[in-house]
Design a protein around this ligand. Structure first.
Ligand code: GLY
Length: 582
């Protein structure tokens, strides 16, 4: 009896000590994240032009896009040229071995959306990343040949150009061919990234890629990518067939055979992008046009914006504790819905209308306290009305006619699977990690999922990409999107609120510090100093856990149509991003 009491006391003391340690650690982390002086200039105005604007992740690609517009090309022509040029100068995300989503709005107000997302290979299966005991094999879905989905980028660009392009295809791919063949100077950030990835490039490649020809890259070094130049020249000359057939396809399949991957010749031949009806929703004065599934971006963004409009965020103020708390509580619930209900609509009945139903969205916030954080374990996905019937690195461009395009494209994580296609010089994506490899098991972004996003042959993996266009009173108003995996949605959400509620200029809205909550793990990821000391402390007091995030959250590219009709670019200072225009 006595012995039990002593044991209990020791247990209690241990728990108290663990609790105190937890409090101390949280407090230290909180102080670190609140007190940093990040110097977010939320009043800064970006490049302002009269007619046309291109904002991308790299100064060279913004120039490529602007040059196409100067020659009379439209926004789609510029987008195609930028996509291929990004594959050369911004290889961590720009790609021909990955995929993406885009939303476009023509000058007459008509809209369209293209899904050129990667697909699971035909030989993929639900348990392909599990061992015999049913445990997830670390990194198998994330690095190396098995991590790659069937690329969609080249087919996507061909489709886009065929439907909306105006200049000859070859002229749009040529700038990328030249950049790869002649070489280009590395920025400091790119040189560092290539150095950081060196050991993975060696580990996961069957042939030595150009990226490791040099031991250590420095700012200003010229990177020449001859094999990539030949591949791009085949795409320039043969279009779709230059990638999905012939020499490039043969090299992809040979690479798969050498490295134990499963993308086949048939998978490549069968890949098709899909035109989809963009999601639209009226939020206050704004019509939001965004990406439907298989991206979760549009649904989540519309849910978040719908919730925000029910609260006086403008009066509460930007990043005031109440504002930040409310946004986090909304994010917690929206990401719980994402994990349960959203996947490839060709394989799973996504209850889109139910998730976007105003009454349903309001009901999700019913148990929110304005004084206390909810525990994520107490938040489950809601039960939206079932679907009525079965259905289905960011850049922003505006051309002189007022056509606008919002494109998010990716290899998934930085440099994708790290695997280069031998002899073809390009990286393959690791998009298979965006599937739920096992119910409840977090992917590289910590996202969990279930049946809706389980692996199946030829299925598209769920995305967070959120290419978005806003209209105000029927007129083009804002083109926005970001990189950042699961944080894309909340980055776009915050920037839209910064512009539409907190009245920041485009550049200030992109500069502004960011934070992110995704239901699980149950913490707020917070850029250095983003919340400010007072707000951070109040959030901590309400019971929020805060994890500081070095290196920034998201990298956005925005264009705002100002009241005088001129265009303002917002290029993200977290990267080498740049705006160009005239
Ligand atoms: N690969 C990141 C996403 O699609 O969400």
């Amino acid at each position: 009896m006595r012995c039990n009491r002593v044991k209990n006391r020791i247990h209690t003391l241990k728990k108290e000590r663990a609790g105190l340690t937890f409090i101390r650690i949280t407090l230290i982390l909180a102080i670190i994240s609140f007190s940093g002086c990040a110097g977010w200039d939320t009043n800064e105005t970006g490049l302002v032009t009269d007619k046309a604007m291109v904002v991308t992740a790299h100064p060279l690609t913004s120039e490529v896009g602007a040059a196409i517009l100067r020659r009379g090309g439209n926004a789609v022509d510029a987008a195609v040229a930028v996509q291929f040029a990004l594959a050369v100068v911004y290889p961590d995300a720009g790609n021909i071995g990955g995929g993406g989503f885009l939303v476009l709005r023509q000058q007459d107000g008509s809209v369209d959306a293209l899904d050129y997302r990667e697909k699971a290979p035909g030989n993929a299966h639900r348990d392909m990343y599990l061992d015999a005991q049913g445990n997830v094999i670390t990194e198998l879905s994330f690095k190396g040949h098995l991590a790659a989905g069937v690329p969609g980028t080249v087919a996507g660009m061909v489709q886009l150009h065929q439907k909306y392009g105006s200049m000859p295809w070859a002229e749009l791919v040529q700038p990328a061919v030249e950049l790869a063949a002649k070489g280009f100077p590395l920025t400091r950030k790119e040189a560092k990234k290539l150095n950081d990835e060196r050991s993975d490039f060696i580990k996961y490649n069957t042939q030595r890629p150009a990226f490791i020809l040099q031991d250590r890259w420095r700012e200003g070094d010229t990177l020449r990518l001859r094999e990539l130049a030949y591949t791009l020249a085949r795409i320039r000359d043969q279009g779709r067939a230059g990638f999905y057939e012939g020499e490039t396809a043969a090299r992809i399949v040979a690479e798969m055979e050498r490295g134990g991957g499963i993308i086949s010749k048939e998978d490549l031949a069968a890949y098709r992008p899909v035109w989809r009806e963009p999601l639209r929703g009226q939020v206050g004065d704004y019509q939001v046009i965004s990406m439907p599934p298989p991206s979760s971006g549009g649904i989540a963004l519309l849910q978040l914006l719908n919730i925000a409009q029910n609260y006086p965020l403008e009066d509460w103020g930007w990043n005031a504790a109440r504002t930040a708390h409310l946004m986090v509580e909304a994010e917690r619930r929206v990401y719980a819905d994402r994990a349960r209900h959203v996947g490839d609509p060709d394989y799973y009945d996504v209850p889109v209308a139910g998730l976007l139903d105003t009454a349903y969205i309001r009901s999700r916030m019913r148990d929110v306290s304005l004084d206390r954080a909810t525990d994520s374990d107490a938040v489950a996905a809601g039960a939206p009305a079932p679907p009525e019937s079965p259905n289905t690195t960011h850049y922003s461009i505006v051309d002189p006619e007022g056509n606008a395009i919002s494109v998010t494209t990716t290899l998934n994580s930085s440099f994708g699977s790290k695997v280069f296609v031998g002899g073809a010089g390009f990286l393959l994506n690791n998009e298979m990690d965006d599937f739920s490899v096992k119910p409840g098991h977090p992917n590289s972004y910590g996202l969990v999922g279930g049946e809706a996003n389980a692996i199946a042959p030829d299925k598209r993996m769920l995305s967070s990409m959120t290419p978005t266009i806003l209209e105000k009173n029927g007129q083009l108003h804002l083109i926005i999107g970001s990189m950042g995996g699961s944080t894309i949605i909340t980055t776009v959400y915050q920037i839209i609120l910064n512009v539409t509620v907190h009245n920041m200029p485009m550049q200030g809205a992109v500069n502004a510090g960011r934070f992110h909550h995704q239901w699980k793990p149950d913490w707020i990821l917070c850029e250095w100093g983003a919340l400010g000391f007072g707000t951070g402390l109040k959030m901590w007091w309400r019971g929020h856990r805060i994890a500081p995030k070095s290196g920034g959250i998201g990298r956005a590219a925005g264009i705002l149509v100002r009241p005088d009709g001129r265009l303002e670019g917002g290029a993200d200072p977290r990267g080498d991003d740049a705006a160009a225009g005239f």
